[in-house]
Design a protein. Structure first.
Length: 204
């Protein structure tokens, strides 16, 4: 009996340390709700649909600019709602670090959009958007919750790949590539993240 006691105490101590470490990691991680990705994906698919209409096709750039603002706004609202419902601060700790990781690449995308538009090189804008958005997502991946880190990292890598492909395609394909990224990828990974979050909540 005496020889078993240290083993039990060691096991209990190890379990306690693992719990503390997991709690610290969770507190320092940013949880992305699947609903944000789904909403942004729906907006992206709608923009692709509008820009496919022959009468609206020449106006693809303002359509996608409006869609980007609307999608980003919906994403922010849904993330804020998720954090508020969980009793988490809206812009402190991991949330602030997540935004700071996304910011530089997104700001670079906005500046390059203006530069390319003024230079008459709008054919390069879709690839630039996809490439820099994917880079922003990859930069912020390490701040996401461990259970969804691989999913979000995969999504960011696919955005980068689509951006590289977009540079090689003729302009007639750009609307489809934008829809595949900002529409389809957001929607699919939003659903996957939502399912993953549901499993995590059920297990808890």
């Amino acid at each position: 009996m005496r020889s078993n006691t240290p083993v039990a105490m060691d096991s209990h101590a190890l379990g306690t340390l693992n719990y503390i470490r997991a709690s610290i990691e969770a507190a320092g991680a940013f949880a992305v709700p699947g609903t944000a990705g789904i909403a942004m994906g729906i907006v992206g698919l709608a923009a692709m649909g509008l820009a496919t209409v022959p009468a609206l096709a020449p106006h693809w750039l303002p359509i996608w600019l409006i869609a980007s603002v609307l999608g980003a706004g919906l994403g922010v609202v849904l993330i804020a709602r998720h954090r508020s419902g969980a009793g988490l601060p809206l812009y402190r700790g991991p949330a602030r670090r997540f935004v700071l990781c996304l910011g530089p690449a997104l700001l670079a995308g906005a500046v390059l959009t203006a530069v390319l538009y003024q230079a008459g090189e709008t054919r390069l804008i879709p690839g630039t958007w996809l490439l820099l958005y994917g880079s922003a997502v990859l930069s912020a991946t390490l701040l996401t919750a461990p259970v969804m880190m691989r999913l979000i990292g995969t999504m960011g890598a696919l955005f980068v790949l689509l951006g590289a492909v977009a540079y090689t395609l003729p302009p007639g394909w750009h609307n489809l590539v934008l829809g595949s990224g900002f529409g389809l990828l957001h929607l699919v990974f939003g659903l996957l993240i939502g399912r993953l979050n549901g499993r995590a909540e059920s297990a808890a």
